[in-house]
Design a protein around this ligand. Structure first.
Ligand SMILES: C[C@@H](O)CC(=O)SCCNC(=O)CCNC(=O)[C@H](O)C(C)(C)COP(=O)(O)OP(=O)(O)OC[C@H]1O[C@@H](n2cnc3c(N)ncnc32)[C@H](O)[C@@H]1OP(=O)(O)O
Length: 140
């Protein structure tokens, strides 16, 4: 399903929630080969600055992509730009909400710009940013 470009409007929002588990982190490490000690509960290095091991940024960002694929626009599109700031760590077993809001539509190019906000179960903003998507036309 999803929205055609002509069905999108400025201010439209969508969100999804996900809890990132230790198993998710391990699966992400296998795929990315990023075995940073900051993800490992048995390591010491993260303890000075952080409460618990951190979820890889790339994995947390995955929730943003899920909102794009499933909800807004929820149709086939191509990521053109992504700028994100990690304001607060995502910890294992945090319940994260990713919210996207349409802030610009370029009808001539079929490009849509969305504001990205992700926050955790206590309302801390963990990720803020912006993405630009090329919304592919539906086949007739
Ligand atoms: C590379 C891989 O192997 C590893 C990973 O992927 S790790 C996972 C992804 N990254 C994170 O999870 C990082 C999460 N963020 C943090 O841990 C914190 O942002 C921080 C420790 C870097 C900073 O926190 P803190 O020292 O508490 O800073 P404040 O909240 O007090 O803010 C001070 C000012 O800095 C600005 N700021 C904060 N965070 C960032 C950021 N990530 N990028 C840019 N600027 C940041 C904040 O706005 C404050 O600015 P102001 O003008 O003073 O208001």
């Amino acid at each position: 399903m999803g929205y055609l470009l002509t069905e999108l409007s400025i201010g439209q929002t969508a969100q999804l929630q996900r809890t990132f588990t230790e198993a998710d982190v391990l699966a992400c490490q296998v795929l990315t080969h990023d075995y940073s000690p900051v993800y490992n509960p048995d390591e010491e290095v993260w303890r000075v600055n952080y409460e618990r091991p951190i979820v890889p940024g790339l994995l947390a960002e995955g929730l943003i992509h899920q909102v794009v694929s499933e909800k807004l626009p929820g149709a086939a599109c191509i990521l053109l730009q992504k700028e994100v700031i990690f304001y607060h760590p995502v910890y294992t077993n945090d319940k994260i909400t990713a919210e996207l809001e349409v802030i610009d539509i370029n009808k001539e190019r079929s490009w849509v710009t969305q504001k990205v906000t992700c926050f955790n179960q206590v309302g801390n903003e963990v990720i803020r940013g912006q993405i630009v998507l090329f919304v592919l036309p539906k086949e007739d």
